[in-house]
Ligand binder design. Structure first.
Ligand code: ADP
Ligand code: MG
Length: 858
């Protein structure tokens, strides 16, 4: 017999000082009130706090003192909390831990009727934590479960692993023992009362299952009543005549110092339904016992244990590794504790009273254990924890001083009657939260490559596919195998009726030897076939690998070709793109060209029109030039003639002047000769020199013209005559500007009958016929030059006066600053006078064409 594997249920701590610890997780669930008119004493004030109000009666008893207390928990679930919500918060991680080889303890605590059983078990459609935990476990490990009897409890709280064949034989044995052959369980076979606890759409599953392991689930169900442990799954033959009271079980400690119920039935279950079935079986038995023995079910603790054994698959991924040290066992205990009410409330008598006392005793022990634990942990004391005082605490001892996760759901009925009990429950629950439990550590990894199961499965699938293709057997049919075993010689009846029976054993030996021989032959055959198969497989393998090589080559070639194709495709795409852009460019260029051509046409048209205009203009210009040339020659001729005429006129004028001078000289000569000869009578004026004939003609012509030149009309005047004449009968306007200097010389012209004015006025001019202006200016030699500018006054056609200048006389005299010149004048007056007086004829041109005319408006 194999020795126990690593039965680590629950383990002792390894004593390192820095173990990580977690507090006991305490949750509170408030159930709804039974009736609407009932008084409510519990109020949920936050997701983690509840408040207890003392009921009215109680308040009156305490002199109206209002008392309310608050309690905090990890989480509080109100009356509307559904079973699935509770499960997800409280139990889901415990299942995940179980699959990860970590232990867990989950119990419900509270007074009777507070909903402990409802929370743990639930009702149809409203499955509690237990059915949901089983469901999640099987949903997660379902396809990875080992065949029945591969894992085998060893009655010492351990689980061993046995080979496939032994497991098969054991299965056969069990099947032959059962009167009715067992078929896989189904929901139809489950007690209808408990069927459909969970809606299929609420199914949970853990995805982190190690697929390279094989799993088996074992369940046990015990009841602790009156500090006795009863196995609810035990198959005791029922004797209706002398019914035996159920035998209680004892607690033992295994080699790892874990507590276990000795001889407790552990049933291997393969599905949720099967596990349910086992659970209901135990439940039924509990009910029957309670009825038969007149027991109060609320006073018993029930413990449903789910044990999960797991072992890694071998390197092939086909069989479980036959290594005991690799078997891991973890367990989850689901405990529905008895009601926590006090004895007096149960109104029990006699034996009942003793029971109630015991029940309370076990809960009291639980309470004490928690208190001592908390004290030890918080104060560092080392008080002994009284686990052994009750079966419940003794059984779970390892959870508190070992490792694992502990969770408690405190159930509360908010009705007034339960108030005082509830207070005690709350205090215990709050205190329990302060107890810490060592956090379970992760199991070591087995060291084999992961993914073995999948690879093996893929291989098997492929093999069966190929065999199917060849028309061979598809699978190792279990029916075939059974037939094979049945074909072996049957075992003779082996009951020994007599100690001297010497026939049965030899017969049995003979049959067994025959069987052994057949088996050996079959093994040989099998080995031979296996070898053949191996050889064929190897051949296949080599063929396959060479084919694979070829395939690989072809694939690589194909890949290269693919690459070339993709390259060319991209090249084509690139070229297409390029051609598109070029087409676009061409389009644009064509449009531009059209535009330019249009421009060119219009410009050419303009050029032509401009050229035409230029031609026209050129012709016009030529014509103009010709015309201008004609005009220029005309004008030139005219001007030549004019110039000639003017030159002639000038010549004539100069000749006239010359003539006048000559005349003067002659007159002077005559005067000189007259004075020098006889009396001083006036001499006849010398004969006038002949004037040029053309001048004469001119004068005639000028006299007939509209504006005769005044100079030319003035006859050459003899100064003496003229002066007398001017001093005679004619009236003069003598204009002497105020700025003139008074020179006091004898050469002052004296004009009788003259009206002297400093500025000429119309009145003076209207009375006179002649006008003289005395004009002084400084000559270049420093002498003052006085000019007498004379003219005729005549009436204009408009009724005004006009002056026409006819003569200029210049008198030169030294300025008052040069007296020497003044002295000189006394000695030679005559010549000096003759020198100074100069009658100069006015310039004919100026007086004729630009003659200064002083005009006065009438
Ligand atoms: P306990 O096991 O603590 O004695 P039970 O679980 O048997 O209490 O509950 C007593 C009654 O109250 C049952 O009929 C149950 O259906 C009901 N009950 C308890 N908790 C709830 C709840 N949360 N919602 C609805 N009904 C509940
Ligand atoms: Mg109950």
């Amino acid at each position: 017999m194999q020795r126990a594997g690593k039965g680590r249920t629950p383990r002792r701590p390894k004593k390192p000082s820095n173990i990580e610890k977690d507090p006991v997780g305490v949750y509170c669930r408030i159930r709804p009130l039974g009736g609407e008119d009932e008084e409510c004493c519990v109020e949920m004030i936050s997701s983690s706090t509840i408040q207890l109000h003392a009921p009215d009666g109680l308040k009156a008893n305490r002199n109206g003192e209002y008392k309310e207390t608050q309690y905090c928990f990890k989480k509080v679930f109100g009356i509307k909390t559904t079973q699935i919500e509770l499960f997800e918060d409280v139990a889901k991680t415990l299942i995940e831990d179980l699959i990860h080889c970590k232990n867990g303890l989950l119990f419900t605590y509270g007074v009777t009727g507070s909903g402990k059983t409802y929370t743990m078990t639930g009702s149809p459609g409203e499955g509690g934590l237990l059915p949901r935990s089983l469901d999640m476990l099987f949903n997660s490990i379902g396809p990875f479960q080992a065949k029945r009897f591969v894992f085998k409890p060893d009655e010492k709280n351990g689980i061993e692993v046995q080979n496939q064949l032994d497991a098969l034989l054991e299965r056969q044995k069990r099947d032959s023992q059962l009167s009715v052959p067992k078929t896989p369980s189904s929901r139809q076979r489950v007690d209808p009362e408990f069927a459909d606890m969970i809606n299929p759409d609420q199914a949970c599953k853990f995805e982190g299952v190690d697929e390279d392991c094989c799993y088996s689930v074992f369940v046990s169900y015990i009841e602790i009543y009156n500090n006795y442990i009863y196995d609810l799954l035990e198959d005791a033959p029922f004797d209706p005549i002398r019914p035996k009271p159920p035998q209680s079980k004892i607690l033992r400690e295994d080699q790892n110092h874990n507590m276990y119920v000795a001889g407790c039935t552990e049933v291997e279950v393969k599905s949720t339904e099967e596990a349910f079935e086992v659970f209901w079986k135990g439940q039924k038995k509990r009910r029957i016992a309670n009825t038969e023995l007149n027991r109060e079910s609320s006073r018993s603790h029930s413990v449903f244990t789910v044990k999960l054994a797991q072992a890694p698959l071998d390197a092939d991924g086909d069989h479980i590794l036959q290594d005991k040290s690799q078997v891991n066992v973890s367990q989850l205990c689901l405990v529905d504790l008895a009601g926590s009410e006090r004895t007096n409330r149960t109104r029990a008598e006699g034996s009942r009273l003793r029971e109630a006392g015991n029940i309370n005793q076990s809960l009291m022990t639980l309470r004490t254990c928690m208190e001592v634990l908390r004290e030890n942990q918080m104060c560092g004391t080392n008080r002994m924890v009284p686990y052994r005082d009750s079966k419940v605490t003794h059984l779970f001892k390892n959870y508190f001083d070992g490792e694992g996760k502990v969770r408690m759901v405190v159930c509360v009925n908010p009705k007034a009657e339960d108030y005082e009990e509830t207070l005690l429950v709350m205090r215990f629950a709050e205190m329990t939260q302060e107890v810490e439990v060592a956090r379970p550590v992760d199991r070591p990894i087995c060291g084999l490559t992961p993914g073995r199961r999948q690879r093996n499965q893929a291989f098997k699938d492929e093999l069966s596919r190929r065999l199917e293709e060849r028309g061979g057997p598809v699978n190792g049919d279990p029916v075939q195998l059974n037939q094979l075993i049945e074909s072996l010689p049957p075992l003779p009846p082996c009951e020994l009726s007599d100690p001297s029976d010497d026939q049965t054993l030899p017969r049995l030996m003979e049959v067994l030897e025959r069987r052994y021989r057949i088996r050996q032959k079959m093994t040989e055959q099998f080995n031979q076939t296996a070898n053949n198969m191996k050889f064929t497989l190897q051949q296949f393998e080599s063929q396959f690998s060479s084919k694979e090589n070829v395939l690989h080559d072809q694939r690589s070639k194909l890949g290269e070709k693919d690459k070339v194709i993709t390259n060319q495709r991209t090249e084509i795409e690139r070229l297409e793109k390029k051609s598109k852009t070029l087409e676009y460019k061409i389009d644009i260029l064509q449009k531009t060209t059209e535009m330019y051509e249009q421009d060119k046409r219009s410009l050419q048209q303009e050029l032509e029109s401009r050229e035409q205009r230029l031609q026209k203009e050129l012709a016009e210009r030529r014509r103009m030039e010709q015309r201008m040339q004609g005009v220029v020659t005309d004008t030139k001729l005219k001007w030549e003639r004019e110039c000639e005429r003017r030159v002639n006129a000038k010549q004539l004028e100069l000749q006239n002047k010359l003539w006048v001078k000559d005349e003067k000289l002659k007159q002077l000569k005559a005067i000189v000769t007259e004075n020098g000869g006889a009396s001083g009578g006036p001499t006849e004026p010398p004969r006038k020199p002949e004037r040029p004939s053309r001048e004469r003609d001119r004068n005639v012509a000028q006299k007939s013209s509209a504006s005769p030149t005044p100079l030319s009309t003035v006859p050459p005047v003899h100064p003496m005559h003229r002066r007398s004449h001017s001093a005679g009968g004619e009236k003069w306007v003598d204009h002497k500007p105020a700025s003139n200097l008074d020179l006091d010389t004898v050469m002052q012209p004296i004009i009788p009958n003259a009206i002297k004015v400093s500025t000429p006025n119309e009145k003076a001019l209207s009375k006179c016929h002649r006008y003289v202006l005395r004009h002084q200016e400084l000559a270049s030699d420093g002498e003052i030059e006085t000019k007498l500018i004379k003219g005729n006054v005549f009436k204009t056609r408009g009724g005004g006066q006009a002056v026409e200048f006819t003569d200029i006389e210049t008198l030169k005299q030294e300025g008052p600053t040069a007296p020497s010149r003044k002295r000189r004048s006394g000695s030679g007056e005559g010549p000096a006078q003759a020198d100074d007086i100069e009658n100069r004829p006015p310039v004919a041109n100026i007086s004729s064409s630009h003659g200064y005319q002083k005009r006065r408006r009438p």
